[in-house]
Write a protein that binds this ligand. Structure first.
Ligand code: ZN
Length: 315
């Protein structure tokens, strides 16, 4: 009898030990604007950026999904095989691809029918490439995270996506990596290496402050940290710093998971009825459902010198 109780205790203690050792935080990394978004538009540089991004991902051995703008895969009316080959590199690395529309326009500024046509036009090459590997396209990401300016448009578009076998890819870890990368691009174009370094040095601390903010926002809303979803872009700064970004997540106890895995979290079953103009995190959308007082006020900002160097007027 005694012997049995002690073995049960040992099992419990062991289970406790294992759970203390296993990170409970998880994040799905999603990368937008494939194949590349940068002022460095020549194919050699696009290849270099892609290679470096994929190098970081492969080394960390984590799942990532990339969202494609297929208008970047054409030269005039013709398919540009060199650009398409960049997408193949993602698939060769064992990563998934989703639809980010053909021409990256906003659902808030063009008619729904035009937007839907842009979604369908944006899937043809990606579908072919996935199909050759017996894979299906599943996720859709709204450009600018702008999801419709009325509940009617949102409902109609949700039905359209469902009819075409798509799931919406929401994000919680919202940030302005694109502002950092624009500043980084511009500093590179001006051959200002000192400024590039200054921007690079500020990037991970900024991203970590955002992650910390969203963790607290998650606690405030749910009383726990949900499975998070990160949005970053296939840009120049991430080609240089993605390994540091992944290391930051590891240091904070995160496990990188697939989007499928992250979206199993019940948080993602909550409705999104936001119809404002901004492209905001789903954590803010859900907070609005509860009332604005649920939104933490201290959301970190891009440092002034980065914003100035980026050419953006505001975040
Ligand atoms: Zn985008």
């Amino acid at each position: 009898m005694f012997k049995n109780i002690s073995s049960i205790l040992i099992v419990f203690l062991f289970a406790g030990f294992v759970s203390a050792q296993t990170p409970s935080r998880s994040v799905a990394i999603t990368i937008d604007d494939l194949p590349v978004v940068s002022t460095r538009t020549d194919i050699a540089n696009r290849r270099k950026i892609t290679k470096k991004l994929l190098g970081h991902i492969t080394k960390a051995n984590i799942p990532v999904i990339g969202f494609v703008n297929e208008n970047k895969l054409y030269a005039g009316d013709k398919r540009d095989q060199k650009q398409i080959d960049l997408l193949k590199m993602w698939l060769d690395a064992g990563l998934d691809l989703g639809n980010h529309t053909y021409s990256h326009r906003s659902l808030n500024t063009i008619p729904l029918t035009e937007y839907q046509a842009d979604v369908l036009k944006g899937e043809s090459i990606t579908r072919e490439l996935l199909g050759k590997r017996k894979l299906e396209i599943k996720y859709f990401r709204h450009p600018y995270l702008q999801t419709g300016r009325s509940l009617d448009i949102k409902a109609q578009f949700a039905q359209f996506l469902a009819d075409h076998g798509y799931w919406i890819a929401p994000i919680t870890f919202d940030n302005a990596d694109y502002i950092f990368s624009s500043a980084y691009d511009k500093a590179f174009d001006k051959k200002d290496k000192a400024l590039m370094k200054r921007i690079g040095d500020a990037y991970i601390p900024y991203m970590e402050s955002k992650v910390d903010y969203w963790e607290r926002q998650s606690m405030k809303l749910f009383g726990r940290e949900i499975a998070q979803t990160l949005l970053i872009h296939a840009n120049f700064i991430n080609s240089d710093y993605l390994d540091d970004l992944i290391a930051m997540f590891t240091r904070r106890g995160y496990r990188c998971v697939t989007l499928d895995e992250a979206l199993k979290d019940d948080a993602y079953r909550l409705p999104d009825t936001y119809i404002g103009p901004a492209g905001i995190s789903w954590l803010h959308r859900w907070a609005r459902e509860k009332g604005r007082e649920f939104i933490l006020a201290d959301e970190p900002k891009v440092p002034e010198f980065v914003l100035k160097a980026s050419g953006f007027e505001s975040e």
